[in-house]
Design a protein around this ligand. Sequence first.
Ligand SMILES: Cc1cc2nc3c(=O)[nH]c(=O)nc-3n(C[C@H](O)[C@H](O)[C@H](O)COP(=O)(O)OP(=O)(O)OC[C@H]3O[C@@H](n4cnc5c(N)ncnc54)[C@H](O)[C@@H]3O)c2cc1C
Length: 439
Amino acid sequence: MTERVQIVGAGLAGSEAAHALAVRGVPVRLIEMRPRKMTPAHATDRFAELVCSNSLGGEARTNAKGLLQAELRAAGSLIMEAADAARLPAGGALAVDREVFSAYVTAALECNPLVEVVREEVAALPEARPLLLATGPLTSGALAEDLRARLGEPFLSFYDAAAPVVLGESIDLEVCYRAGRYGQDADYINCPMTEEEYRRFHRAIAEARRHTPHDWEQLEFFEGCMPIEELARRGFQTPLFGPLKPVGLLDPRTGAAPFAVVQLRQEDRAGRMWSLVGFQTGLKWGDQKTIVRLIPGLEHAEIVRYGVMHRNTYLNAPRLLNERLELEPLPGVFVAGVLAGVEGYLESAATGWLAAVQAAALARGRTPPGPPPPESMLGGLARFLARANPNDFQPMNANWGLVPAVRGRMPKRERRAQMFERGLEAFSNWLREQDVSRV
Ligand SMILES: Cc1cc2nc3c(=O)[nH]c(=O)nc-3n(C[C@H](O)[C@H](O)[C@H](O)COP(=O)(O)OP(=O)(O)OC[C@H]3O[C@@H](n4cnc5c(N)ncnc54)[C@H](O)[C@@H]3O)c2cc1C
């Protein structure tokens, strides 16, 4: 006997999940609140509506998003099928006609006899199991409140205040040094600045362009999470008493305290990704890159996630989710998409697929297959969600810091190409060995 799976939210994650369940013969109840209740960003009643850009990212076989696309194709993704049907010319990126794209996804699900579509707002967590939550960054207020009440205040965030994250291997450790304040744990990497370097950096921030949020995205900031540009605007000294405070961070090579210090904190267990402490920012991405590269030791930094500050509902995944994307405190409840702590259309669809595969196994009374191998982009993403640093957790997109590096000296392009082929092969083998199409 196969149980029916309920999915809440028919965005990128929920639509992909519904399709993945139906192709495995599992009946689905897909509950979407639009058009009865709209979000501030969606404009239609269609499933998988792309609310902003119409790009699903670069397709090159050296691109991290490209690898996730290839894995989704290998998995039989509806989102990739729709993207191919709606494709527009866009150089090396996978861009789509958004109308054609969401119409394709909507028709595919509405015509599927195994998918029952219900148009209503879910205001409280349904009792049915398996359940898959995919209500996205604009989860309705009633459901968000219910989740907060069940899971606890610190486990659900209502906005991002993310700092840029850089790839560990691109940090110059000849310039930066490990130290903790006053000689305590040396968990941080420190980038020291002279007065002249700090002046240049401060001027660049003051002149940088800010991203303009929609009215409904406007946030009120607490003193504890001011954007770095706001701190810099308050005065030359202000960041020096805040995140760039050099006190207690002596440079072991000189024995002296630098004029200012930017600290980097480890984001993942393997130490492949490092975030700039206290550097939450809403600056335009091009300007963020310029500013980050003005920091000594980060001249060649590869930014794997840019800072953002906007309204966003997401769970503290490492405190709540396991690698099957199941809520540890609520067995049988799977979470996917932005609510699960990923960022991006493609990442949302991919986690929707992964959560659906686990839920399908449960619905049939079988053991869920778990995440794909760590070399695959989806495997890296699922592991990151379950194991990232839970302090100040921020959503993550597909990037090369999520998977182990290929060792040996070679040009960056060659290394990426090898990581791409290795990841796709590992993912395809896993699909076959676990017989994932029939879980
Ligand atoms: C304004 C904005 C712009 C963005 N721009 C981009 C971009 O350019 N590129 C990019 O890659 N990512 C972007 N994102 C981030 C994110 O990748 C997308 O929002 C993506 O659609 C997330 O997929 P999802 O399935 O998690 O959520 P969504 O696609 O938003 O789907 C969630 C669905 O759940 C429904 N829902 C919510 N609450 C309930 C409820 N209580 N009951 C029933 N249904 C409910 C919603 O109506 C919605 O259809 C943006 C996000 C926002 C908010």
